[in-house]
Design a protein around this ligand. Structure first.
Ligand code: 5GP
Ligand code: MN
Ligand code: MN
Length: 317
């Protein structure tokens, strides 16, 4: 896909990422917003996201994010980032659908190719990596570089997940060359936790249970607990990674309550089990080693629904 050709001459461009934006989602939106502002100075460019978590608000454009869908705007081009399906765009989906041209840039293997123009690179570490490859390098300034770097470190777990390739490292190297303060970015956007976040992490570890002969670890957070510690879903970042590295574990599951009898499920695998398959079965998506979905019922129902799928895959591996 030639990004310049797609958006170079249009008058209005919209950008959106998925609900509950993570580092790759926020990073790719911030990077593309800035990039498009540089390559098409005439166009009106808007970007839509749910509230960007404080630690991911790394560029000055973070304040430009729009959170309403009141203005009935029809964009010439609307670009979806880091979203496997259009419903993941949440409130911005209507803009995507009403645009004259829709573009989908992503790296999820489960992507449903829902746009008029689809550019999905399933073996790329992150949407930010896909974007870097699409960008004319002479327009990449330090602001864009920082945003792209954030997306890459978040989706690779700071270069440790199996989606990290030689190319990922080369791109990260080029971004560092542009002056990205990498130590600070890794600490401040990825590892930093405040006191409450640490307390919830501790509690999840304390209350975790081992199932399936110690091959599956499950922990959960109720709404009540989240209210008690004054945390939101983004404050749970990293907990699942700690669960996943428990010795002997093949699959880690973190469940948090989102509504009455409604739970968001995050799954991580060490490679034997394809958690994407399980997430897709329950209407979600993601990658082989990191996937998620929403399930209904009691917490007990949720766990009981998931574990047979894991057990089946472990037996047949
Ligand atoms: P996380 O567990 O960090 O929320 O998500 C892990 C991966 O699964 C991410 O790539 C994310 O996009 C994907 N994912 C998580 N929840 C859902 C969901 O409900 N639907 C879809 N399609 N993908 C999801
Ligand atoms: Mn994402
Ligand atoms: Mn991503």
């Amino acid at each position: 896909m030639d990004l310049l050709k797609e958006v170079g001459n249009v008058k209005s461009i919209g950008i959106a990422g998925h609900m509950r934006p993570d580092g790759d989602c926020a990073g790719s939106c911030l990077a593309l917003y800035r990039y498009l502002s540089r390559i098409n100075k005439e166009a009106q460019i808007d970007f839509y996201l749910e509230e960007i978590p404080e630690k991911l608000r790394i560029t000055e454009d973070s304040d430009r994010v729009l959170q309403n869908s009141d203005n009935k705007k029809e964009y010439d081009v609307f670009i979806s980032l880091d979203s496997g399906s259009s419903d993941r765009l949440g409130f911005a989906e209507e803009y995507f659908k009403s645009a004259k041209k829709s573009i989908n840039i992503d790296h999820h293997i489960s992507n449903t190719n829902f746009a008029q123009v689809n550019y999905v690179v399933a073996d790329a570490s992150s949407t930010c990596e896909v974007l870097y490859e699409l960008m004319d390098k002479k327009y990449i300034d330090l602001t864009i570089a920082k945003a792209l770097y954030m997306g890459i470190i978040h989706d690779t777990g700071v270069f440790k997940h199996s989606n990290t390739t030689k190319r990922t490292m080369e791109i990260a190297g080029s971004l560092i060359e542009l002056g990205v303060p990498f130590s600070e970015m890794i600490d401040e956007t990825f590892y930093r936790k405040d006191y409450h976040q640490n307390q919830v992490l501790g509690r999840c570890l304390l209350e975790s249970i081992l199932l399936l002969d110690g091959k599956c670890i499950v922990s959960s957070v109720s709404k009540k607990t989240m209210e008690f510690y004054e945390v939101e879903s983004t404050d749970l970042d990293g907990i699942i990674d700690q669960l996943r590295i428990t010795k002997g574990v093949e699959v880690a599951i973190l469940i948090y309550e989102t509504d009455f009898r409604e739970y968001k499920v995050s799954m991580r695998s060490n490679g034997v089990v394809d958690v994407r398959k399980i997430a897709v079965y329950f209407g979600g998506g993601g990658h082989i080693m990191a996937a998620g979905c929403t399930l209904h019922g009691t917490l007990h129902d949720v766990v009981n629904n998931l574990t047979p799928h894991i057990e089946f895959q472990l037996k047949n591996s």
